[in-house]
Design a protein around this ligand. Structure first.
Ligand SMILES: Cc1cc2nc3c(=O)[nH]c(=O)nc-3n(C[C@H](O)[C@H](O)[C@H](O)COP(=O)(O)O)c2cc1C
Length: 278
C-alpha cells in the first residue's frame, strides 16, 4: 500500500474515533449516524432562516462523496436561491409552499451534458453510449445516491429535508426556469431548512418483507399475508395520528395512486433530451 494510502487510512480511523463511531461500530449497535438515519421523517414546515454558506457547502460536498458508477459523476445539483424562481417552482410542483419557504432548495439532475463535451475534447464518439438506456439509468442512480448523502448530511446537522418529485409534474416549465440543456433531466428537488414542525416517523414495511435471503420470495400468498399485516400497522398509525379520523391502509393508498396514470409525457421528454434513446 502506498505511503499516502496508509496516511489516509490513519486519518480516516482517527476521524471515526473522534466522532465516537469506531468503538460503537460493532454490529447491531447504534451510533450517531445510524440514529440520524433511523430518525428520518420529511419536514415540510421550515423556519424563515437561510442555510449558511458553510452548511450548503458541507451538504453539497457530502453529496459528491457518494459512490459513482465508473467514476462517471453523471449528475448536477442546482441550488435555487432566487426568490422569484423558488416561487415559480413552488407553483409548478403543484403548489407546495415549502418549495419556496425553506433554508435552501436543491434540484438534483441526471446529467450527461458535460460528458457530451468530453467527446469533442477527446475525439471519441461518446453519443451511442451517453444516449443509451444503460447510461440513463447510471445517471439516475448517481443522482439518487448523491441526493441521499446530501439528505443524511443535512439531517445530521439538525436540519430537515423534503424531497420534491413534483418537479417532474412539468419539466418543460422547470427547464425554462433552470435553463437545463439536452442530456440533463431535473429529477427531484430537495427542500432543506431548520424544522419548524416535525411529523411523526412513518412506519416502513417490516424488514422481513423487503429483505430476502438468497432468492426472491415470489409466492403471492406469502406477500399478500405480509401486506395485510402491514395494513394493520399503517391504519393503527394513521388512527393514532389523526385521533381516529383517518385509518387508511397502505395497499388502499397504493391502489388509488397506481390506478391513476401520472406524468405520462416522461418517455417523450426523456427522448427529447436525447437520453434513453438506444
Ligand atoms: C423522489 C421523492 C419525491 C418526493 N416528492 C415529494 C413531493 O413532491 N412532495 C412532498 O411533500 N413529499 C415528497 N416526497 C416525500 C415522501 O412523500 C416521503 O418520503 C414518504 O411519504 C415517506 O415519509 P417520510 O419521508 O416522512 O418518512 C418525495 C420523496 C421522494 C423520495
Amino acid at each position: 500500500m502506498a505511503g499516502h494510502d496508509q496516511e489516509d487510512l490513519k486519518s480516516f480511523r482517527s476521524s471515526l474515533k473522534k466522532d465516537g463511531l469506531l468503538h460503537r461500530r460493532e454490529a447491531g449497535k447504534m451510533n450517531d449516524l445510524i440514529e440520524t438515519i433511523l430518525n428520518h421523517r420529511s419536514v415540510r414546515d421550515f423556519e424563515d432562516k437561510p442555510l449558511s454558506k458553510e452548511q450548503i457547502e458541507t451538504i453539497v460536498k457530502s453529496a459528491q462523496a457518494a459512490s459513482t458508477s465508473s467514476f462517471i459523476q453523471a449528475y448536477s445539483i442546482i441550488g435555487v436561491s432566487d426568490r422569484s424562481k423558488k416561487e415559480k417552482l413552488a407553483e409548478v410542483v403543484g403548489n407546495q409552499p415549502y418549495v419556496a419557504n425553506n433554508g435552501h432548495f436543491l434540484v438534483f439532475c441526471a446529467d450527461l451534458y458535460r460528458h457530451s463535451l468530453i467527446g469533442e475534447m477527446e475525439g471519441s464518439n461518446v453519443f451511442p453510449s451517453i444516449e443509451s438506456t444503460e447510461k440513463f439509468m447510471v445517471s439516475l442512480i448517481d443522482a439518487a445516491l448523491a441526493a441521499q448523502n446530501a439528505a443524511i448530511a443535512a439531517e445530521s446537522m439538525g436540519l430537515g429535508i423534503c424531497y420534491i418529485g413534483g418537479i417532474r409534474n412539468n419539466l418543460e416549465a422547470v427547464e425554462e426556469i433552470l435553463k437545463t440543456p439536452d442530456y440533463v433531466i431535473p429529477l427531484f428537488g430537495m427542500a432543506i431548512g431548520h424544522p419548524a414542525k416535525l411529523n411523526d416517523k412513518k412506519p416502513r414495511l417490516p424488514m422481513n418483507h423487503v429483505y430476502m435471503e438468497n432468492e426472491y420470495e415470489q409466492d403471492p400468498e406469502v406477500l399478500k399475508e405480509q401486506l395485510n399485516s402491514y395494513n394493520e400497522l399503517i391504519s393503527a398509525y394513521y388512527k393514532e395520528r389523526t385521533g381516529g379520523t383517518r385509518a387508511d391502509t397502505w395497499t388502499g393508498q397504493m391502489g388509488q395512486m397506481l390506478e391513476k396514470k401520472s406524468r405520462m409525457y416522461m418517455n417523450d421528454y426523456v427522448s427529447k433530451k436525447k437520453m434513453n434513446l438506444r
